[in-house]
Design a protein around this ligand. Structure first.
Ligand SMILES: Cc1cc2nc3c(=O)[nH]c(=O)nc-3n(C[C@H](O)[C@H](O)[C@H](O)COP(=O)(O)OP(=O)(O)OC[C@H]3O[C@@H](n4cnc5c(N)ncnc54)[C@H](O)[C@@H]3O)c2cc1C
Length: 224
């Protein structure tokens, strides 16, 4: 794989070109990076036995690839198949005067590609490290790492971040300057935020087991 610097603009392909709500599209790689880094759950879409299957799953990434993992028995992780992965963050409800203009403020990314099953042991371990640390930075160094049997039971797929589209909606409803503005109804945005709570210790822990710093410090911080 090339190590050339990535272009700051995302290439547009026939698949990634927005056809509707085009004004919400972004071709900035920085927007893609921010969306991927703000989340850790994606929806993986794949055709299994001729039918679409979309499963939520955690992901990690490096600069050029997204990683997803799961059981070797998982049919959605067969590898070598065309897939479509979405990452979505909901930032608020857009409550317009008319039902028709209601919407959602959001940031989302759609990744198209062929998922590659990672078989190289070093790359597999590195992909799993990225996946683990993406959701919980510092956890790969803290927790016991997978042994040979656990690695054999785990499938890791890599998906190139080459063919990606980004959409972002921000701001007020769109009917503030239309005829419905005269209706006298309240309209606006109901923001939505998520935050990490205080860590809840496993009741099986010996009393006095300290919460590791990399976990404790996230309490109260924003997620997404
Ligand atoms: C939380 C949430 C709620 C939404 N609710 C609605 C709704 O109720 N009704 C509605 O019409 N739309 C909704 N949208 C927008 C929706 O995701 C689509 O962008 C829109 O419906 C256009 O779909 P399309 O099939 O015409 O896309 P097209 O423009 O035909 O899609 C072409 C290509 O654009 C890209 N693309 C499309 N949508 C997105 C996206 N959201 N993010 C990144 N890339 C994208 C894909 O690569 C796709 O292959 C919502 C989005 C989010 C994130």
């Amino acid at each position: 794989m090339t190590s050339d610097p990535l272009p700051t603009r995302l290439p547009e392909t026939d698949r990634t070109r927005h056809r509707r709500l085009r004004e919400q599209g972004s071709l900035e790689r920085a927007d893609l990076d921010a969306i991927l880094d703000a989340g850790f759950v994606c929806h993986l879409g794949v055709v299994v036995d001729g039918r679409p299957l979309v499963v939520p799953t955690v992901y990690g990434r490096d600069e050029r690839q997204l990683y997803v993992h799961g059981s070797v028995a998982s049919r959605s992780l067969a590898g070598g198949l065309p897939v479509c992965v979405t990452v979505t963050h909901v930032d608020g409800l857009v409550l317009a005067r008319s039902v028709f203009e209601h919407g959602v403020n959001y940031r989302s990314a759609v990744i198209h590609g062929d998922a590659r099953r990672v078989t190289d042991p070093d790359e597999k371990l590195e992909g799993l490290r990225r996946l683990t640390d993406h959701a919980t930075p510092g956890q790969w160094s803290y927790a016991r790492r997978p042994d040979r049997r656990e690695l054999a039971a785990t499938t890791l797929l890599a998906l190139s971040l080459e063919e990606v589209s980004v959409k972002i909606r921000t701001g007020a409803p769109d009917d503030g300057d239309g005829p419905d503005a005269a209706l006298g109804l309240w309209a606006g945005v109901l923001p939505l935020t998520r935050a990490w709570g205080a860590p809840v210790p496993d009741p099986a822990l010996p009393p006095g087991t300290a919460v590791p710093e990399h976990i404790a410090r996230r309490a109260g911080t924003r997620q997404g």
